[in-house]
Design a protein around this ligand. Sequence first.
Ligand code: ZN
Length: 449
Amino acid sequence: MIVLEGGHLATVDALDTEYPQGHLVIDGSVIVAVGPGPAPAELRAGAQLLDATGCLITPGLVNTHHHLYQWLTRGLGQDSTLFGWLSELYPVWARIDADAVHAAASANLGWLALSGCSTSSDHHYVFPKAGGDLLEATISAALEIGVRFQACRGSMDLGQSAGGLPPDSVVEDREAILIATEAAIDRWHDPAAGAMTRISVAPCSPFSVTAELMRDAAELARGKGVRLHTHLAETSDEDEFCQQTYGRTPAEYLADLGWLGPDVWLAHCVHLSDSAIASFAETGTSVAHCPTSNGRLGAGSARVQDLIRAGVPVGLGVDGAASNEAGRLVDELRSAMTVARLRGGPQSLSARQTLRLATIGGAQCLGRDAEVGSLEPGKLADVAVWRLDGLGQAGCVDPVFAWAFSSSTPLKLLLVNGRGVVAEDMLLTSDVGRLAREASAASARVLQR
Ligand code: ZN
């Protein structure tokens, strides 16, 4: 048993209960007690006691949208729009292979863990023919780093010659995509409670995927009982593409394909009408909000306040590493609040609402809110302990606000399934110097090819 005591506990339960000096007790991989003051004597006896005085204790953070392989191509297309950035990067991504993707994914997941992330999704959608098993490369990296993982088998089948944005050299054949995606589900998807690896089906975007593949992908995912993910309504260029190609907005197009529902989460959703927000709320469709990436690409600011008010589940996504070079999940809280407040004033998004996005909101996106995303008895022991006694946060009257609105809060401890992954800002499961060297070498290899 592990007993954490003395810290400010933000449980993120349904009532947003906080205990200014609370206790959290973990037995194996599960939380068994949460409450005010010290833990009951019978739970303390023989347990490992951890003093969290001066700390904030939150659920481990959940990253709902990412592209781990893009660590190989950071810093390119610095001043481009999404379509310009993609057009510059597609030919480089055509040269990736399993070794390079494993190095990028390991570095990226290590970096995410150091920013309090205990569960991450990854949307991988570029599969060069001679590249090897790229999905396995990301999944093995996640198992090594020790982060819970939702691998989204992405895909593109609408090349330039058929009216899409990506060059034909990076798209796959529709049948081959469906076969590979089904094989990935059969091999890797673990439906059991507490699973470390899950698979989702994730055709890339309206401008890189055919309507046929979108329909077939949904049928496959629903037949297998796995979740669906894609990019949607990220930029005004995409809006224009959908109007010209399909005669509809991206959200209308998706609705007509049968792609709205409680098993779907969508990245970005920057350009949404009132009726689109209402349809998401009605169908239980959730949204991965990626404020830093949207800012990096000048895509616009999502209507987060309107989505939350309508009852749409919203999570946070880093969406990097080549469109958000910072790549730290905890820093997305500050981005989310800043972007929302620039858009709609200081009451647009509170620190506690943002904490919900980063934890239980993200867990809802991934369909795992019964297991992670809050600190409650019976939930998995995915826990982040943040130090608030350093220069960055000391003296602020509200620990949650101090944490959410500052940046780079020191991470005292990150537990995933009750297992230590980070302690005192040190990654326990791998060597960060080696991860950085291997990612740099892999990046250089791919860029020189
Ligand atoms: Zn993305």
